[in-house]
Ligand binder design. Structure first.
Ligand code: 6R9
Length: 637
């Protein structure tokens, strides 16, 4: 494993941190040194935080797949790059060495070329968690096409929004996918989406379930037919350091998901550096990140980070509870997983089952445990630490965001402090600050405020696709000179950070971000709906649940069956507009919403009611119609 820039002790951490903040350009130039560059940079960091302009390694030329694959062939050609564990434990798993993965990526890249994909083109990928997904993503990067992976649980409408925003010309998909006991006709969802996507001229379909699918003449082709006789070598396109590598859509506090853009060199350096240091990766590790490649965690810590480091990455197609709640632990034993990275929601859902599902497995191979996506509550932390890590594996609670490209605040496994409910200390290069509402910095420990970042880092978001002003407004304008995270945090008495949660209108459901406005927009498409307001509430397993208050045109129907019918219809609309993952936990039909005289919905009140805390609703005197609050309380779900 590359020892380069590897932190091995607490002293080394402090030293690296000091250098990364005092002389960041020198620090990152050293970290970047051993990658494969076609040409080195002219300057390391150019940052104008107020304008949201951040360039790293300007002037450098490279291809990230040469760093993920070619670079390892002489020393790790026969090492496993990807181990694939299918949904069904009785189906055969698959292993790809670095050499094999290199060949498959080249082949897919040639297929893309043959289908007219060129550098800078946007390619949307809507595929199951199978090796072909990883291969497809890397194939785009190989030829300089910008990939935009869409999580394969999103609806046709959600796909169409993303494809149209990116103006993608090509879509990569499969015939179907397995998710636990369910099978989903993925290609059919894509077909429906593409009815409203005029930019798409080619769909390349990978056979996975062997299902018959409709192939549209002139547009759709089978991958296996296209790949026949195609060369397994493909020269890598030479990219500029700041050429976009991918777009990944994520929800914010406004209605439409944003296309977060990451570029080539900075993202690469950040992914590799954070991966090796946070998990303290060793050459023989079998590393398993349970995230789907459709989310940023899958991009940075299933795919790019591990491959850049030359590690073995396990890819799991299934779900934690199929065919039994012991599935994760079975996979860990089966493949001798050493480093395991998952989300608190998965841990909480498994905690709820009989502990015998855990005790049936040895879990001896484990060395490091990770958590990501939302704050991990103390109970889940202790369960994870005791029953999975057997009190010998450090837990890294990694705080970061789609926009940060990689981990920002976290323990480095076994090196910096790992305390329940604390993400911990910032990584080298990360300068977190706590801000007051007026934007002034809060000094000292044992303090709470808005979490912002004061200095550029290599993985910082570059723009939102096609609309830089939106990126500037969202992240850089709220507190000029800082990157604003949207999270609130506490710095404890030892300087460790504890992430409290979003301070904006974003709900985090099982580690998935949704804007309240985004869900409201979806609900409002339903003909039974005049207006809606969505808030989050604490949920035992998901972290936060979705509570929707909905006004119907004829008021709240008297009959229970009629109310149920409307609620079911609203759920159907949300599933169609966004996907099953955004289904509200509770829908309450109401005759009005608590609004101020200026027409603003008082979400604070709605949140309190959803939480079940109706004793102290605060000041309601500015409400237009205070009676509406009584109705909402009495009809609470
Ligand atoms: C990587 C990822 C980002 C939001 C972020 C925060 C929450 C993520 C966390 C965490 C507390 C952690 N979040 N990790 N909160 N502790 N370890 O999840 O990216 O999907 O963009 O979500 O998730 O609220 O702002 P993304």
């Amino acid at each position: 494993m590359p020892e380069h820039a590897r932190i091995r002790s607490l002293e080394e951490y402090h030293e690296a941190y000091r250098r990364s903040t005092e002389t960041p350009e020198q620090f990152w130039a050293e970290v970047a040194e051993p990658f494969t560059w076609r040409r080195k940079w002219d300057s390391v960091m150019n940052s104008d935080m107020a304008a949201g302009h951040n360039d790293w390694f300007q002037g450098a030329r490279l291809n990230i797949t040469e760093n993920c694959l070619d670079r390892h062939l002489s020393t790790r050609g026969n090492k496993l790059a990807i181990v694939y564990e299918p949904n069904d434990p009785h189906t055969r798993h698959l292993r790809l060495t670095y050499r094999e993965l290199h060949q498959e990526v080249c082949r897919f890249a040639n297929v893309l070329h043959n289908n007219g994909v060129e550098k800078g083109d946007r390619v949307c990928i809507y595929m199951p968690m199978i090796p072909q997904l990883a291969i497809a993503v890397l194939a785009c990067a190989r030829i300089g096409a910008i990939h935009s992976v869409i999580f394969a649980g999103f609806s046709a409408n959600a796909i169409a929004d993303r494809v149209n925003d990116a103006q993608a010309t090509v879509v990569l998909t499969s015939d179907g996918l397995n998710r636990g006991a369910k099978q989903i006709p993925v290609k059919r969802v894509v077909d429906e989406a593409l009815e409203s996507c005029p930019s798409v001229r080619r769909v390349i379909v990978t056979e996975h379930l062997g299902w018959p699918v409709h192939m549209q003449e002139g547009r759709d082709v089978w991958y296996h037919e296209e790949a026949e006789g195609v060369a397994k070598t493909c020269p890598a396109e030479e990219m500029g350091a700041e050429d976009p590598l991918f777009i990944l859509y994520t929800s914010g506090s406004t209605g439409k998901p944003k296309g977060v853009v990451h570029t080539t060199a900075g993202y690469m350096v950040w992914a590799d550096y954070t991966f090796r240091n946070v998990f303290q990766i060793e050459e023989n590790d079998i590393y398993w990140c349970t995230a789907d490649i459709g989310w940023v965690t899958g991009h940075t810590y299933l795919l790019y980070g591990p491959l850049l480091a030359g590690a073995t990455s396990l890819m799991f197609e299934g779900v934690p509870t199929y065919p039994s709640p012991g599935r994760f632990w079975e996979v860990i034993d089966k493949h001798s997983v050493t480093v395991f990275y998952t989300a608190p929601t998965a841990i909480r859902s498994l905690m709820a089952h009989d502990i015998n599902h855990v005790l049936a497995y040895s879990l001896d191979s484990l060395r490091v445990l990770g958590s990501v996506g939302e704050p991990i509550n103390e109970e889940a932390w202790h369960w994870y630490y005791t029953h999975i890590g057997k009190e010998r594996c450090p837990i890294v609670d990694t705080w970061w965001q789609t926009e940060t490209g990689g981990v920002m605040i976290s323990a480095l496994a076994g090196i910096t402090p790992s305390v329940p409910a604390r993400a911990g200390l910032p990584l080298p290069g990360v300068l977190p600050v706590l801000l007051n509402q007026d934007g002034s910095e809060i000094e000292g420990n044992d303090q709470e405020g808005y979490l912002a970042i004061k200095q550029s880092w290599p993985g910082i978001i570059r723009t939102t696709y096609g609309d830089h002003e939106r990126a500037r407004q969202t992240y850089f304008a709220p507190y000029p000179g800082y990157y604003f995270t949207g999270d609130g945090a506490r710095r404890d008495e030892n300087g460790l950070y504890r992430i409290i949660g979003r301070v904006d209108d974003v709900i985090n459901v099982s580690g998935h971000r949704f804007g309240t406005a985004e869900i409201e927009n979806a609900i409002n498409q339903n003909s039974h709906v005049v207006e809606s307001a969505v808030v989050g509430f604490p949920h035992d397993v998901k972290g936060q649940g979705i509570y929707a208050y909905v006004i119907c045109p004829e008021g709240v129907p008297e009959a229970e069956v009629e109310r149920q019918r409307i609620e079911a219809s609203i759920i159907e609309t949300i599933v169609a507009e966004i996907g099953r993952i955004a289904k509200p936990d509770k829908i309450q039909l109401v005759s009005g919403l608590p609004k101020t005289r200026s027409g603003k919905i008082m979400r604070r009140i709605l949140r309190k009611v959803a939480e079940g805390d109706t004793t102290n609703l605060g000041d309601t005197t500015t409400l237009l119609d205070p009676l509406v609050v009584d109705e909402i309380i009495s009809g609470r779900k």
